[in-house]
Design a protein around this ligand. Structure first.
Ligand code: ADP
Length: 490
């Protein structure tokens, strides 16, 4: 098998930066591609929170041409992905990335210069290859933030010695966020205004960076098979469905894996006790510790978890609508997340109304998210759309049965409980509304109370599922070779 040099460019990379699943993928997939024998490097911003003292500084600054803005010079730091020798190159440019948050200000409003920030990251990645003498066979970008790099490859770098054998992949983690900016950004991209047309970069008289990536990548992937089909429809395509349809033959759906270095109840360092399918008594001890930690009484009732971005995509508005009916049941709910500002106030109020049943932690806390995944009995994820979703996979591996709306990756990764055969690893519903949500939670709660043995059997089955990255990495490898073939670069 041919060994490939692969360039990952991404706006987040766990454990250095994270707002969601994108970071988990970029922090994991390169390690598994490396295990398959490939040579991978990751390029990502050096945000304010990333400690430079633990990284190696490359001697020379990097010049990044930014069209009408001129050439900007940045520092480059080098580190590695934990538990691997995959190099991570951090683009250090204080003016763009020296901020505590990644994309939005404290009020949740996107930074005004997000266009320049991420075009800069994309261009810097290309320039860096030349500086470190890296000749990628595959450029792999993620979401709108880095999809300008797919455009650069086929324009500015089309005849460049360093990229002449390179094909590119764009992975869509979320179709809703597209990087739409004023048309003048063409002068910063500097690829020529001839590309500002409806077939390539332009959308509603604006630059649409995701569209540029979709039209210029050699091949495209979405993070689950179901989502790769859904985004071809108006409901999930967010107005890019027609563009995407023109690339339907080059579109694959690959389910994300779980990084078991991070998410394994047998070794998880954030848990007070470790456990596996044969030691579920320790899971109960974690539940009790979690109840104490979040201020809920240590009662023997089903504990339902919600962890994630508190935005409409995750169906949080439907949870809000249903919350009184949910809390009518003899259950407890623990919610960890942040997002739309109204949710912070709303769920704070719910906590004061139901202090013994509802605990709410507004914020981002990776360690606590592990304890919640482990300590809860059920995990609620009623996403309106879900490109892949990781929490439902983490939950299953932790024996915490997911309750999900059957879309995207949730449909692909959760098998519905079947009362007749006792099969299944979770509880699913179709049609997102408060009634269906309450009924399905009620079904799960009923099962917890009245079918204890079946519930436990489901937990054990869920914990034995295989969501290994090894499997997904092999599919990405196949995608890379296919892309090289289609671009005639093999
Ligand atoms: P998305 O990428 O749409 O946000 P995913 O389910 O794919 O959703 O990934 C979310 C990731 O972010 C998971 O690893 C989840 O545990 C983590 N996460 C989300 N919100 C929080 C939070 N408030 N605290 C800790 N981890 C969080």
């Amino acid at each position: 098998m041919q060994k490939l040099d692969i360039l990952f460019v991404a706006s987040e990379c766990y454990p250095f930066s994270k707002t969601g699943g994108l970071a988990d993928v970029v922090g994991a997939l390169p390690k598994f591609l490396k295990k398959l024998g490939h040579n991978v490097i990751v390029v990502t911003p050096r945000y304010y929170a990333i400690d430079r003292s633990k990284l190696k500084k490359l001697p020379a600054p990097l010049g990044v041409p930014m069209g009408i803005i001129g050439e900007l010079w940045c520092g480059i730091y080098e580190g590695v992905l934990p538990n691997s020798d995959v190099p991570v190159y951090f683009i250090d440019y204080e003016l763009f990335f020296g901020r505590e948050t990644l994309y939005n200000d404290a009020d949740g409003i996107g930074f005004m210069d997000n266009d320049n920030r991420f075009v800069f990251l994309s261009r810097a990645a290309m320039q860096l290859c030349k500086a470190i003498d890296f000749r990628p066979r595959i450029l792999h970008t993620h979401d709108w933030h880095t999809s300008a790099a797919n455009l650069f490859l086929t324009t500015i770098y089309a005849n460049d010695e360093y990229f002449k054998r390179c094909a590119s992949i764009l992975t869509i983690h979320n179709m809703q966020y597209q990087g739409e900016f004023y048309g003048g950004l063409m002068n910063v991209l500097d690829v020529g205004w001839e590309h500002f047309n409806f077939r390539e970069v332009e959308m509603n008289d604006k630059v649409n960076l995701l569209k540029a990536g979709i039209t210029h990548a050699t091949m495209i992937s979405a993070v689950s098979p179901k989502y790769s089909q859904e985004i071809l429809t108006p409901e999930f395509g967010y107005k890019l469905e027609d563009t995407l349809k023109t690339r339907a033959n080059d579109l694959w759906g690959i389910l994300n894996g779980v990084d078991t270095d991070e998410w394994n109840p047998e070794t998880d360092k954030f848990l007070p006790f470790n456990y596996d399918a044969d030691r579920l008594d320790n899971k109960l001890k974690i539940k009790r510790a979690l109840q104490a930690e979040v201020g809920l009484p240590k009662r023997d009732v089903p504990l339902i978890a919600i962890v994630g971005r508190l935005v409409k995509q995750k169906g949080i508005d439907v949870v809000a609508e249903a919350i009184h009916r949910l809390l009518d049941m003899d259950i407890q709910i623990v919610l960890l997340g942040n997002g739309e500002v109204w949710t912070h106030f709303y769920f704070g109020d719910i906590m004061s109304l139901y202090p013994k049943k509802f605990a709410c932690i507004i914020g981002f806390d990776s360690a606590l998210s592990h304890r919640i995944e482990a300590g809860a009995d059920l995990f609620l994820m009623p996403s309106r759309f879900e490109p892949c979703g990781l929490n439902q996979m983490y939950s299953q591996l932790y024996g915490t049965l997911p309750i999900v709306h059957g879309v995207g990756g949730l449909e692909d990764s959760v098998q519905n409980y079947d009362e007749r055969t006792s099969e299944g690893t979770g509880f699913k519903f179709y049609g997102l509304n408060a009634k269906n949500l309450v009924n399905t939670v009620g079904w799960a709660v009923y099962t917890w109370y009245n079918q204890k043995e079946r519930f436990k059997a489901m937990q054990k089955r869920a914990m034995r599922l295989d969501y290994s990255w090894e499997r997904s990495a092999k599919t990405y490898e196949a995608l890379y070779f296919e892309a090289l073939k289609r671009a005639q670069k093999d």
